[in-house]
Design a binder for this molecule. Structure first.
Ligand SMILES: Cc1cc2nc3c(=O)[nH]c(=O)nc-3n(C[C@H](O)[C@H](O)[C@H](O)COP(=O)(O)OP(=O)(O)OC[C@H]3O[C@@H](n4cnc5c(N)ncnc54)[C@H](O)[C@@H]3O)c2cc1C
Length: 495
């Protein structure tokens, strides 16, 4: 009997977390520790004003970094391998909605007018519902006074950041090229090459180029002490867009996780505008599920009808057509690096440095934070090496802490697994009220500005202290200096 209850609870939670962990949905008042100065004016330094920066990747991290560096007086060249994002037009592969919580919002507020522009491109919602057959659970409702999380397509977020960037800065100091991937980087000469053959000189190159970063790859080739772990995460997903939430039973202002009547692929419905426009993410770990692999719209529609009988017929038809036209389901990856910079020449931000593939809903929030912290380290330092070192010392522990919080070590026994499951349920029910349990981790990450490292230390043992991180990172930084000068000598002797 106990076993049956245990597997029921676990099964439910795993099905639930399968999709839930891909999202963040909440926002509530919480004490905060600001991680960077909350002034939104970049103080320019001699280092920034004379700087010629190449940013690889015009995703959220690259575009916000450009704002902060241009504001401080730097010259910025951005190369992006995809097409220009246009508000309201979804780019393939960028069609999911992101939840921008308090961290992301605070970071965006550091650049003039940017938050306002982004807010208009998204839909604020705190509400989260779980639908399982006839049961509908309100897992979270409006958070009262605190500004709710903003649900926004990645491409709309980028389009809003880009529009502000081009409006605020002249082409004397800013160039942006779309459909132009960077292919090679030469750290010694401080040049990079684009796919169309252009050779670009820089003082500093910043890899804001996501999980498959070319800047990170070049650092790996050049410097043996630089270590990267990249893993494909279990589960696959496909996303569709609909003009209205697909069922009258769903609250059009809430994020809804809809459990299927059959099978394990869940539907995660996220509203993205007042009109009811939404995106639906179908996520599951059965790699032969027709919803994730079939290209036959009729077959998919039939499967959708069986699994989601409460969805309106026209929503099922449209979803089936879109699913059939997505050639391959996406799979998220995680990334961990032992340091984020290479001497005074290269540095990584956002998913290029650390990625959790949407698990725990902090990817874009932490990517935007990286950009603000990096710009601030540059503004406040007298040399680039000092700036990049300061950045790694602040952000490497953050990336590692977020990874641990997103992927806690597996339980060592069934008893521990049961204890964790019950603890999660308790936290969802009591949310730390009446002194019972804690705020659920998703809610804490989304609603506070407390560092991930502090949250990690408070929740689990075994995380290094800040001074331990700094010792480790100083040793690595010294090895980068030695590596770059050794490469210099090699190149000179072979000339
Ligand atoms: C399904 C899913 C749901 C998610 N949900 C959330 C959420 O709710 N909340 C949240 O905070 N995060 C979420 N995330 C994570 C979030 O999408 C990422 O963390 C975030 O987009 C990282 O921003 P970035 O700028 O670092 O990288 P990216 O957004 O990946 O941007 C990198 C850019 O670099 C470009 N590029 C790559 N290589 C090159 C090259 N060689 N030359 C030029 N350009 C290049 C790419 O085209 C891209 O535009 C989710 C992720 C997934 C997959």
């Amino acid at each position: 009997m106990m076993r049956a209850i245990h597997s029921l609870v676990l099964g439910y939670l795993f099905a639930f977390t399968d999709a839930f962990l891909l999202r963040n949905v909440a926002s509530s008042p919480h004490h905060a520790t600001a991680r960077y100065a909350s002034s939104n004016s970049a103080s320019s330094s001699a280092l920034t004003t004379s700087l010629n920066v190449t940013i690889v990747g015009a995703g959220p991290a690259g575009l916000l970094l450009a704002h902060r560096l241009l504001e401080g007086g730097a010259s910025v060249n951005i190369y992006e391998k995809r097409a220009r994002p246009v508000l309201g037009t979804l780019l393939p592969g960028r069609a999911y909605a992101l939840g921008i919580g308090r961290r992301g919002r605070t970071a965006l507020q550091q650049a003039p007018n940017v938050w306002e522009a982004v807010r208009q491109a998204g839909f604020p919602s705190d509400r989260f519902r779980l639908h399982a057959g006839p049961v509908a659970l309100k897992l979270r409702d409006s958070a009262g006074q605190q500004e709710p999380s903003l649900l926004c397509f990645q491409s709309d977020l980028c389009a809003a950041l880009l529009k502000e960037l081009e409006q605020q800065y002249s082409t004397d100091r800013l160039t942006i090229q779309f459909n132009v991937p960077v292919t090679n980087i030469n750290f010694k000469d401080r040049t990079c090459q684009t796919k169309n053959g252009e050779l670009v000189a820089f003082d500093l190159i910043v890899g804001c180029d996501g999980v498959n970063s070319v800047v990170r790859e070049a650092m790996q080739k050049e410097w043996p002490a630089f270590k990267v772990t990249q893993r494909e995460l279990p589960g696959k997903f496909k996303t569709v867009q609909l003009p209205n939430v697909p069922s009258d039973k769903l609250d059009p202002t809430a994020v809804s996780l809809v459990m299927p009547q059959k099978g394990s692929t869940t539907a995660f419905v996220e509203p993205v505008s007042d009109s009811g426009r939404c995106c639906v993410l179908f996520a599951g770990s059965n790699s032969s599920d027709p919803l994730l692999v079939s290209s036959d719209a009729t077959e998919i529609e039939q499967v959708l009808q069986e699994r989601y009988p409460s969805f309106r017929p026209e929503a099922l038809t449209s979803a089936a057509e879109q699913l059939a036209n997505i050639p391959k389901a996406s799979q998220a990856s995680s990334v961990q690096c032992n340091i984020y910079h290479y001497n005074d020449v290269a540095v990584l931000c956002g998913d290029a440095a650390h990625a959790t593939g949407g698990v725990s809903g902090q990817g874009v929030n932490s990517a935007l934070t990286d950009s603000v912290v990096l710009a601030e380290c540059i503004h406040q330092s007298t040399s680039m090496r000092e700036a990049l070192n300061a950045y790694s010392m602040k952000q490497v522990p953050e990336g590692h802490a977020l990874y641990d919080l997103s992927f806690p070590p597996p339980p060592s026994s069934k008893l521990e697994a049961l204890g964790r499951t019950l603890g999660t349920l308790r936290d969802f029910i009591f949310r730390g009220r009446f002194g019972i349990g804690k705020l659920p981790i998703q809610v804490q990450l989304t609603t506070s500005l407390e560092s991930f490292a502090d949250i990690r230390r408070a929740r689990m043992d075994g995380f290094p202290s800040q001074s331990e991180w700094e010792r480790k990172l100083s040793t690595l930084d010294a090895s980068a200096v030695a590596s770059l000068s050794a490469r210099g000598k090699e190149t000179t002797s072979t000339k």
